[in-house]
Design a protein around this ligand. Structure first.
Ligand code: KG4
Ligand code: ZN
Length: 345
């Protein structure tokens, strides 16, 4: 009997301002992943301009796909499916990836599956040498989302808490903008903060005094606005403001992550999304979680931010389990994580 071809998939990500493609093989792992970031394109506007994002995805995606196919020496004969980010995200941007993925799958005669972007982030650590065991708690902190979830298995997520307004990355970016830092301000603000004096200023810790695992970061932005408004800040004061902002965000994230571990009785924490790159967050979590006998896992840095490798992980699991989309080209701007179908191991 002829041996079944291994599952090898092409994945495409285009939900926001990163165009990305990857090829993942169930036995040989990640064979190629490439990315083009549109940061420079959006910087002069101080944030992502959806129409410009969509147009740039159209320009960038095909060369990226060609690149990963070439690098992984994959063609229609080797590939068994195509995965793409179907949501949540910017509708126009999502449609560019969906249309390309769907068309390639149709031309190659293989199934296509739309992946939930957050499921991608939650599963990015599966690409590491020692993936975290299930179940675990995940803290997903990006520019668009802030979420604590219990991850029971691939496809089985219980949302423990979310942000009521701004995401953690958005809070970094918006306060950075108030300090005159270029977009996206998170990493720049973190750099400035590391030179500031801790305790020189204190901003509110949103919702820390209340029970529960919800977040709210919009008040922080207002507090910073009051602190910097109508004032020319010295370089030292800017550093102190940045330091106080970072402290407020990190302290809130750490406290809620610990609360989630306690509430679930779990010991393993996975931190993913762009803000997982933050040095202070990593230091504090390491200290606090280790002190409680727990462990923290992160995807490698390049897989913390948006990428197609994580979409390939989720897509491969779903395609292998027999999931596939019909021929419609769909994007879902809203999509509850808990509505996903669980995948049996
Ligand atoms: O996951 P991601 O690439 O995009 C979304 O899916 O939203 O995350 C980008 C976010 C931005 O808000 C960026 O400012 C933030 O992650 N970020 C950081 C750091 N590096 C990236 N925030 C704080 N400290 C960092 N070192
Ligand atoms: Zn993301």
């Amino acid at each position: 009997m002829e041996k079944a071809k291994p599952w090898r998939v092409l994945a495409i990500e285009s939900s926001c301002d990163e165009s990305a493609a990857a090829v993942l093989d169930e036995h040989r792992g990640l064979l190629a992943h490439r990315l083009f970031t549109q940061i420079a394109l959006h910087r002069r506007y101080g944030g992502v301009v959806p129409e410009l994002a969509s147009r740039d995805h159209v320009r960038r995606l095909l060369p990226l796909v060609r690149g990963v196919l070439h690098e992984s020496q994959s063609g229609p004969r080797e590939l068994r499916g195509v995965a793409y980010t179907a949501g949540p995200g910017l509708a126009g941007a999502l449609l560019t990836g969906a249309a390309l993925a769907r068309s390639l799958a149709y031309a190659w005669g293989v199934p296509a599956v739309g992946v939930h972007h957050l499921e991608g982030h939650l599963l990015a650590t599966r690409l590491e040498a020692e993936p975290p065991p299930f179940p675990h708690v995940a803290l997903l902190v990006s520019g668009g989302h802030t979420l604590l979830a219990e991850v029971l298995a691939v496809g089985r997520y219980r949302v423990l808490g979310e942000t009521r307004d701004d995401a953690a990355g958005e809070a970094f970016d918006k306060t950075a903008k108030l300090l005159g830092l270029p977009y996206p301000g998170g990493p720049e603000l973190a750099r400035l903060a590391d030179e500031g004096h801790a305790g020189a200023l204190k901003f509110p810790r949103p919702m820390l005094d209340r029970p529960g695992l919800e977040f709210s970061f919009s008040g922080l932005k207002t507090a910073v606005l009051h602190a910097v408004r109508d004032r020319t800040l010295s370089e030292a004061s800017r550093r102190d403001v940045a330091c106080a902002v970072q402290e407020a965000i990190v302290e809130t994230l750490v406290a809620k992550a610990l609360r989630a571990l306690e509430a679930t009785g779990l010991e393993v924490l996975v931190v993913c999304g762009g803000v997982a790159a933050n040095r202070l967050l990593r230091e504090r979590l390491a200290r606090e979680v280790h002190a409680r006998g727990g462990r923290v896992h992160y995807p490698r840095l390049e897989l913390c931010t948006d990428n197609a490798a994580m979409i390939a992980v989720a897509g491969l699991a779903r395609l292998r389990a027999g999931e596939q989309d019909d021929l419609g080209i769909r994007a879902r701007a809203q999509w509850p994580l808990e509505s996903l179908r669980p995948i049996e191991p």
